[in-house]
Design a protein around this ligand. Sequence first.
Ligand SMILES: O=C(O)CCC(=O)C(=O)O
Ligand SMILES: [Fe+2]
Length: 578
Amino acid sequence: MVLWLVPITINMQDFGGKASKINVPVEKPVTPSQVAFVTFYAPQDNKDHRTHFDDSTYKDLSKYSMTNIADYCSYHGFAFFFRNNYMVDTVNKAAYWGKMDVVKHYLDAGYEWVVWTDIDVLFLSKESMLDRWLSRANSTQHMAFVTECTREEGKFGTVRSGFFAIRNSKIGRGFLDAWKDTFAEFKGNWNPEQEALEGLVKKEPWQSAAYVVPQDGIHTYLGCLHYDPNPISVHFPGFDKGAMKEYHEKYKHTKKKKEVCELISRLEQDSIGSLISDNPTPVLIALNASYDSLITGHQLKSVFDKYPGYTKIEMFVGSKPYSYIFHDSADSARQVFEVLDCKESVELGKTLLLAYANELPEFPERPLRIKEDIEKLDGIFYFPRFVSLEEEELLTRHVKEQGESGRWEILHQRSVQHYGYRFDYPANDVDRNAIDLDNEIVQLPEWTRNILGRYMQLFPHLPKPNQLTMNHYIPGGGIPYHTDRHSSFLSPVLIFSMASDIVMDFKSLDEKVTSVVLERGSLVVMHGKARYEYQHAIKPRNVDIIDGLVQERTERWSLTFRTIRDGQPCQCGTILCD
Ligand SMILES: O=C(O)CCC(=O)C(=O)O
Ligand SMILES: [Fe+2]
């Protein structure tokens, strides 16, 4: 017989000792096809199985565990047999005593090892292979058991009857018979076959034939999860349907999460490893929450900002199907992860799938905070609510009416109307002949008087505008980077915004871009540097990110007021000067 020495770590801490590595001789590796998993639950019409809990409890649990165990087995190539009868004298014996017969039945079928698992067990990890566990049993060991902390918190040493394996050998089978024979002695006990097992494995010849693994991650009891946070399987006390459901959901979602990650890495042609980290990092990825999935920044923030350590979220418009949530430490992120991962979120209306971020991408430029930040741009004067909401609505109505007058000139991403003087786009200059429609000079409209009056009060020393360009944008529209032509107009240039907030990008001579928000009802005065040395643009998009939150654009009108330059061309000499 060939013997291998397999190094394994036995965690003796549970028994008061230190973790130690020992070499265990094994006979030959067990191949998956030699292993069968078996379980059953007693069906409802079996009135006399006398378990502690009624049939329906186990029937309900089995809904989760059956697919779960089957899934685990098929992944590893183990056979799995589920029975809903337990092959014993149902009149006289409680269901607990059925497992010996069922295990024996499948040993008879020729399997090298038959693993019994109670039905109130879930597999939480696919990664570890039970066949390796069984391979570690040496040739003199015929029964493989796990211990669990039971009854008294933190106390180990109890061999569990809910999860064990029997070798197809004379001793293995003999053990099953001996166990079955304890029925008379234990039948009145609370946990009869469990207590019988505990007694039996302390006796010879069984003790020397038992391979007992301390709680080392193979199997654990729900209440003992803190001893090993990553067991392969977890035993739920039969009555704890709620907990089992929760874990089952988690397992299901872990699977889903893997699929989502694979999809992302395929889409981005990048490895999963560069996207997510196996260990906690301060940044979480919400794998299934993005603008694309119609989640707004407000919603996502409301999920996370109630936990300590939250700092900010980063979302992407149109480029990534996931979002990032920043925390002040990996530990804060981990705590949030443990609470929210794979849980149904009321705010988001879906089950949130989280991961720890590994490499961070470049995040979109953040629009500055309104008012104080926009005014950091040299020469910008910004008035967030230059007119009241009512006045703005009235003005918008006027503008819409003008629109119906049919004077709109349709440009690439917007439409325009000119008053006072026309801007000749092909010539890229203002037409210095005043607009004359039917022998009537088109003055700046009457309804702009209030805006201009207020402006003149604030800036009496600046030139009075005599030209107006009315712009109309529908969502998706915009205006490319430009400087209003130096030789056509003086400084300043005014923009009054109506009906929709919009993000405007300013680009300085050294190409630095600053995105600011022009709120509806606001007036921005671009003077000096802001007027001559910055280019401005509105990106053609449907949505803007304003203070980290997505905002859908709606139809917008703006009024650009300028003063035409008479004769003297601009002499500023900057690179943007014509
Ligand atoms: O609509 C806006 O806010 C910008 C208009 C503009 O830049 C222009 O008319 O030159
Ligand atoms: Fe402009």
